[in-house]
Design a protein around this ligand. Structure first.
Ligand code: 6GU
Length: 254
């Protein structure tokens, strides 16, 4: 079983995702064990202080080393040596599907949520195996990124998501965005589902979907297209679209 210990000054943020949703269900099914660890429980002063001013000056506060060392050591004593100790920080490597897949095969994950201006670098030097960011924008702390990482990892644990083919067919497994989806009714407030999807013609449907995936990827994430692992239908769609590169630009949404 995969165990995930999340070290944070806001344990209630982590506990909130254990109330319901996919991670909560995985936990009830006994497929993962998630524990929020309050960093303040690893302080030894009356005021449970976790931060201090940075050496060398500058704005903001830095998470002190002692509580983080004690937290990682307590988790190690309780659970055994972690497979990975991940620090969530905007200085980390961007989270990818491949990274989530690697973590999902591990036994014991420890997630350290950064806060303030950062954490004392000696914690990183001593324990951290991976520094991970969830994108190029700044959040107030590592809690939401830790929950994002956990969601991406837990859904890849076998048995967590009912239909394994929905995981295998994911966008970023093959490096291509998904095609649009529709459900009933076939016409809603004058907006009709594309005819091809209600035609029952499976070959046509697959060609249309392949074209949509390639077109969306080319429009929205062109940097993905060269590395994508394309099916023969997608390759054909790409060739058609490349002959089509001068076509009128698409309407922009927001
Ligand atoms: Cl991991 N932490 C913070 N504070 N901000 C972020 C982030 C992480 N990833 C993107 N922005």
């Amino acid at each position: 079983m995969l165990t995930i210990d999340v070290v944070t000054i806001f344990p209630a943020m982590v506990e909130a995702v254990l109330v319901d949703g996919v991670v909560a269900r995985a936990r009830t099914k006994g497929l993962v064990d998630v524990q929020a660890r309050d960093l303040r429980d690893y302080t030894d002063d009356k005021h449970r202080v976790v931060d201090d001013v940075p050496f060398g000056g500058g704005p903001g506060m830095v998470l002190k080393p002692e509580p983080l060392f004690r937290a990682v050591e307590a988790i190690t004593a309780e659970r055994g040596t972690p497979s990975a100790v991940v620090l969530l920080t905007p200085q980390g490597k961007p989270l990818t599907h491949a990274m989530a897949a690697r973590f999902s095969g591990m036994e014991r994950l420890v997630l350290l949520c950064g806060r303030y201006e950062g954490i004392d670098e000696r914690v990183t030097d001593a324990f951290v195996t991976d520094e991970v960011s969830i994108g190029d924008y700044v959040l107030t702390g590592g809690e939401l990124p830790a929950l994002v990482l956990m969601d991406a990892v837990v859904r890849l644990v076998p048995g967590v998501v009912g239909d394994e083919s929905s995981v295998a067919g994911d966008s970023f497994v093959r490096g291509l965005l998904d095609h649009p989806q529709y459900t009933r009714p076939a016409v809603f407030r004058d907006r009709a589902v594309p005819d091809v999807l209600v035609s029952g013609h499976h070959g046509e449907i697959e060609r249309w979907r392949a074209r949509q995936r390639v077109e969306r990827t080319r429009d929205r994430r062109p940097e993905l297209l060269d590395a994508a692992d394309l099916t023969s239908e997608e390759r054909a769609a790409r060739e058609l679209l490349e002959g089509d590169a001068s076509a009128s630009p698409k309407r922009r949404r927001s």
